[in-house]
Ligand binder design. Structure first.
Ligand SMILES: [Ca+2]
Ligand SMILES: [Ca+2]
Ligand SMILES: [Ca+2]
Ligand SMILES: [Ca+2]
Length: 364
């Protein structure tokens, strides 16, 4: 989801209005002191640009402090520093390891949290927590960090927490998608998940039309311009400021609206194919569907990848879960998407593209 859309779909900010707040993804979000490096580079070969102005958000902590607080977001670097610190501080409770590698080659860190003196983690019932699958889901990474901190600080103090850590195992991965998370926290760009080049609009060009932060405020907002012929938006009369818009049929409106940027490839669409486009959420095997109709059976799903588990980040999750049948609770992404027995998919099991199990006697 683009940052520009995170507040309200109908709030549209003209470029002439500069915004100032402290909420990431907000139409009012602000920036920013220039960071040391001028540009942030994204790996991969694409038809569009792979570098963007590097920005430093006031609501993100980019260097580790003495105390971990949750009044700011944290860069991945800071989170890793805390994981390493905890692993040193609590050697009897924590194993820290690299469980996978992202498209850009970043290590994906995970910890196992259990009292090692009461038995191996694999001999205990376990729960798995994963954050930041999608690039902008930075709150979920913070949630996992908060959970780790809470468990560690209350071990030996809180009877329930102590019992959990003594008798259960917890596998915790704050950032599943470090490439997307880093791009989100260091540039005005945002995407669904990985940065692997992907042809969102099926025109044969990869990532050829990413948004531009035209007013250099560090955030890609929405822009509007008058077009009496094709306009499909009008100011909402309920908003005295004239900034909230509502959609009307094409040609009946005053304005047209798009996210901030140019039509880089001249196809008449603005920002239709930015960095990446694959969706780790849709890359799981259950009810996986191809992006384009290749099967003759219908059912497609954009962003699903070339094949199920084509992405290293997704593969690392599934291989770990398969290798750890002691896991009976999974909390992934930023929701309670059920991955127990059925991984996430955009459609119901009944709609799967392949036949389900044959009818059993008890079904008749
Ligand atoms: Ca394209
Ligand atoms: Ca793309
Ligand atoms: Ca901007
Ligand atoms: Ca375009």
């Amino acid at each position: 989801m683009k940052k520009a859309f995170l507040l309200w779909g109908i709030i549209l900010i003209s470029l002439s209005l500069s915004a100032q707040t402290n909420t990431p993804g907000s139409a009012e979000a602000s920036k920013t002191k220039p960071a040391e490096k001028k540009n942030y580079t994204v790996s991969g070969t694409r038809h569009g640009v792979s570098y963007f102005p590097k920005t430093a958000f006031s609501f993100v902590q980019y260097t580790q402090g003495d105390v971990l607080t949750f009044d700011k977001y944290h860069s991945e670097e800071v989170m890793i520093s805390w994981l390493k610190k905890w692993a040193e501080q609590y050697p009897d409770l924590i194993d820290l390891y690299v469980i996978g590698e992202s498209f850009e080659g970043r290590p994906v860190y995970q910890i196992t949290l259990t009292n090692k003196k009461t038995g191996k983690d694999t001999d205990k019932p376990a729960a798995f927590f994963e954050g930041n699958r999608h690039s902008g889901e930075i709150t979920s990474a913070e949630s996992v960090m908060w959970l780790i901190k809470y468990l560690l600080e209350n071990y030996g103090k809180d009877a329930d927490i102590t019992h959990i850590i003594d008798t259960k195992a917890l596998y915790l991965k704050p950032v599943n998608n470090p490439d997307g998370q880093n791009m989100y926290l260091n540039t005005a760009q945002s995407n669904r998940s990985t940065v692997r080049p992907d042809d969102n609009d099926n025109d044969g060009l990869l990532d050829e039309d990413a948004p531009e932060d035209l007013d250099s405020n560090g955030v890609v907002l929405n822009m509007r311009w008058k077009d009496p012929l094709k306009g499909n938006w009008i100011p909402d009369s309920l908003d005295p400021t004239g900034r909230i818009m509502k959609r009307v049929p094409a040609g009946k409106g005053i304005y047209r609206v798009a996210s901030e940027g140019w039509d880089n490839d001249g196809d008449g669409r603005i920002n239709e194919d930015g960095i990446g486009g694959l969706d780790l959420h849709r890359n799981y095997p259950e009810n996986w569907r191809p992006k384009s109709e290749l099967t003759g059976r219908g059912f497609t799903q954009s962003g699903a990848g070339e094949f199920p588990l084509s992405e290293s980040e997704t593969r690392a999750v599934v291989l770990f879960l398969l290798a750890h049948p002691n896991i009976y609770v999974v909390n992934s992404m930023d929701t309670s998407v059920p991955m127990h027995l059925r991984p996430p998919s955009t459609s119901a099991s009944e709609d799967r593209m392949y036949p389900g199990r044959p009818k059993m006697v008890q079904d008749l």
